[in-house]
Design a protein around this ligand. Structure first.
Ligand code: ATP
Ligand code: MG
Ligand code: MG
Length: 390
């Protein structure tokens, strides 16, 4: 059988491997960690660094096509692989998503088609650019251009003095300062685009973050106004089309309070891969984001996914494995698994740490009221945050 390769062995790689295997593919994972969640379940596990030439050669030799699950995979490594095998998404697209400066330029460049702009921002790479920051960008959020995730690598600043201190704290690396926007809500849209330009996508989901990390995803029709949902879907497709993207792409949006009835839409950032906010698709849709990743990279048809059930996704961070006194414990899976419509996914990670993504719980049901009630019960059993007011 054909073999599909993936750069990165984290949970996204593991769920990709599962989807690939269901279609009969063999898989090859490149990850230096011998216990990586995807490496543990893959036919082949190349245990080298992401830029190791012999590892890349091995992955290319094993694989008929290669994808990535890891946002910070060196773009050069994808380029090397692309010399030998089809690689999706490509190095250029991944490089854009890895650098907030290029990412924002891309959003600006397609704003006339996407109809959505990003928050006002300034690039800060030099002391002179720091000095020149316009006052109307404050209060704002200073974000490192590269390597930030889960709210790491960013500092909220109220004034110019705090901004200067924060840039020093972030080691004066290239950054962007974004104006702090009045958020009403956050949402994201996942699309999959094929080599032939065909593109399909899911409806937007509404996301709730706690301490900078995704805690809860609401995936059902009434999660946001229909007009905004349509705009976000169209914008995501144009953002993918504009760079000839191939693979699964997630675009994060802010719904901001702009005085209008439903609020305005602002694009935040994009991830060149399946996304934590799309995990409900595994149980609530007839085709998941990982199925689409397999289809897109392998050149299979891209069927439009259909969501057959309202869903709420609860992220399971390592915190769940600790009691309030900080002692390790086993979460009460018995009670969770007894709930109809609760679908538990654990990533097989050997060690729980607070903030570490260990798994997720998808709640589905025949109707939204039932889904919310079950989510509430599960959150109570596990002590999960982020469900206030539902
Ligand atoms: P991810 O883990 O999603 O990649 P990240 O670390 O790259 O996250 P962002 O998505 O840029 O970070 O920001 C994290 C969160 O901070 C956002 O989800 C949002 O809640 C808040 N935030 C970021 N930028 C702004 C802004 N300009 N105005 C208001 N809130 C913001
Ligand atoms: Mg990010
Ligand atoms: Mg984000």
């Amino acid at each position: 059988p054909a073999t599909l390769g993936v750069m990165g062995g984290g949970q996204l790689g593991r769920m990709f491997v599962h989807a690939a295997q269901r279609l009969g593919y063999f898989t090859a994972v490149l990850d230096p960690d011998p216990h990586s969640p995807a490496g543990l379940v893959s036919h082949h596990h190349v245990q080298t660094d992401y830029s190791d030439a012999s590892g890349l050669a091995q992955l290319a030799a094993l694989s008929d096509a290669v994808t990535t699950e890891f946002e910070n995979v060196p773009a050069g490594a994808l380029q090397t692989l692309a010399g030998q095998r089809p690689v999706a998404p490509g190095a250029a697209a991944v490089a854009i998503a890895q650098n907030r400066i290029e990412e924002k330029s891309h959003f600006v460049a397609c704003a006339h088609v996407s109809g959505v702009s990003c928050a006002p921002y300034a690039v800060i790479e030099t002391p002179a650019q720091l000095e020149a920051v316009p006052a109307e960008l404050l209060p704002g959020i200073l974000k490192t251009a590269r390597m930030g995730y889960d709210g790491k690598g960013q500092v909220r600043v109220k004034n110019a003095a705090e901004l200067a201190a924060a840039w020093g704290e972030l080691k004066q690396v290239p950054c962007v300062l974004e104006k702090l926007m009045p958020l009403k809500a956050e949402c994201s849209v996942i699309v999959a685009r094929g080599w032939n330009g065909d593109i399909v996508g899911f409806a937007p989901q509404r996301n709730v973050h706690v301490d900078g990390i995704l805690a809860v995803t609401h995936a059902y029709e009434s999660n946001m106004p229909a007009a905004l949902a349509l705009r976000a879907q169209a914008a995501t497709k144009s953002i993918a089309n504009h760079i000839g993207y191939v693979g699964v792409l997630c675009v994060e949006f802010f719904v901001i309070d702009d005085g209008s009835e439903h609020g305005g839409l602002i694009v935040n950032e994009m991830a060149p891969r399946p996304h934590n906010s799309g995990h409900h698709t595994m149980d609530a849709c007839d085709v998941s984001q990982f199925d689409l990743q397999v289809h897109a990279m392998a050149g299979l048809p891209l069927p439009a996914p259909r969501q057959h059930s309202p869903a709420i996704m609860l992220n399971l961070l390592g915190d769940v494995w600790f009691d309030p006194q900080g002692q390790m414990r086993t979460p009460d899976w018995q009670a969770v698994l007894a709930l109809p419509g609760a679908h538990l996914h654990l990533y097989g990670k050997l060690h729980a740490r607070p903030g570490r993504k260990m798994g997720h719980l998808n709640i589905t049901g025949a109707d939204l009221a039932g889904v919310k009630a079950t989510a509430r019960k599960a959150a109570d059993i596990l002590g999960l945050p982020g469900l206030d007011g539902i």
